[in-house]
Design a protein around this ligand. Structure first.
Ligand SMILES: [Zn+2]
Length: 320
């Protein structure tokens, strides 16, 4: 029973469901020169969208790459927080930067790695880095990834993290939301773009928390939670009616942030491709992985299966 409760209330970044959908839909916003290659590898891009989360409880360094506690740095426009990594290290010291999260900088590291993989036409790396860059870009769009009160732990709202980013999209995205989004764009200044994303996330965090606090006062506990089926098992989770009420009060915020994530992921892939000199990806579409490369994916999956229980029930104080 404990495991079931934990599974229902622990938040993953954007949730596995949403991360996979975000990467999937992003592929369809790519220009024709990229589309063929990415479409051919759609399953891989989708499945490996969640690898960074699978690593989080295996590798200590992984956690801070998914968030930034912007409230630690005061208020917008956060004058005490330099946007360039080297300046930030001087101003804040490296340990402190890791403590409060590094997602805007890490996204740029991944972008540079992807650019290099495109230049060298390293198919395995190119796909792996695309899938994972998609993860970090999407995380930067989640309001509670930009707040130290990331799971409502300071305000008695434990569980809100997964509520916002997993429960709502799982209930509504496939049935009701619109993912016809036009095209991704080349980003002239990707650093500035990702900082804007996290600033918008931080600005929305207060609404996310305040709205749920208010709504929870209108619902009796037995109406707020319900035993409902999820992925074939019955779990205690936020009740469907409560979830719908909350989503309505947020006025489409979760759908909008998911749409913006998709557009941003496509834009970051396009930016890497343009920075790499627009290599001919169509020529790579028929290449397959070496046995060694395939084994690397399999190993991650195996480790994840072994650590599964530890992963779904992390210590409350663990950084998400
Ligand atoms: Zn994440």
């Amino acid at each position: 029973m404990l495991v079931i409760l934990c599974l229902a209330e622990t938040g993953f970044c954007w949730g596995f469901f949403a991360h996979k959908r975000i990467n999937r839909y992003a592929v369809f916003l790519l220009p024709p020169e990229m589309l063929l290659f990415y479409k051919k590898n759609l399953l891989l891009i989708e499945e490996h969208a969640v690898d960074p989360d699978k690593r989080r409880y295996q590798i200590k360094e992984e956690g801070p790459r998914h968030y930034i506690d912007l409230d630690h740095y005061g208020r917008y426009p956060f004058p005490s927080l330099p946007r360039k990594w080297n300046d930030a290290v001087v101003a804040c010291n490296e340990d402190s930067l890791y403590k409060y999260g590094i997602v805007p900088w890490w996204t740029q590291v991944m972008l540079n790695r992807l650019t290099e993989a495109m230049q060298k036409k390293e198919v395995f790396k190119l796909l792996k880095l695309s899938a994972e860059l998609g993860h970090y870009v999407a995380d930067a769009h989640v309001p509670l990834h930009a707040s130290s009160n990331h799971n409502g732990q300071f305000t008695g709202q434990q569980g809100i993290h997964g509520f916002w980013e997993s429960r709502i999209p799982e209930l509504l995205a496939d049935e009701e939301w619109d993912f016809v989004l036009g095209k991704g764009n080349y980003l002239k200044d990707p650093g500035r773009y990702i900082w804007e994303c996290v600033f918008q996330s931080a600005a929305a965090a207060d609404t996310v928390l305040r709205t749920e606090r208010w709504l929870s006062l209108q619902f009796a506990t037995d109406k707020k939670y319900a035993f409902e089926e999820r992925n074939g098992i019955v779990v205690r989770q936020y009740a469907s009616s409560y979830t719908r009420h909350y989503d309505k009060l947020l006025k489409g915020m979760v759908e909008r942030r998911m749409q913006e994530s998709i557009k941003a992921v496509a834009s970051f892939w396009i930016t890497a491709w343009v920075q790499a000199g627009q290599p001919n990806l169509a020529a790579l579409a028929d290449l397959s992985f070496s046995a060694e490369e395939k084994a690397a994916f399999d190993l991650l999956q195996k480790e994840w299966n072994n650590d599964r229980l530890a992963y779904i029930c992390p210590d409350d104080h663990a950084q998400f």
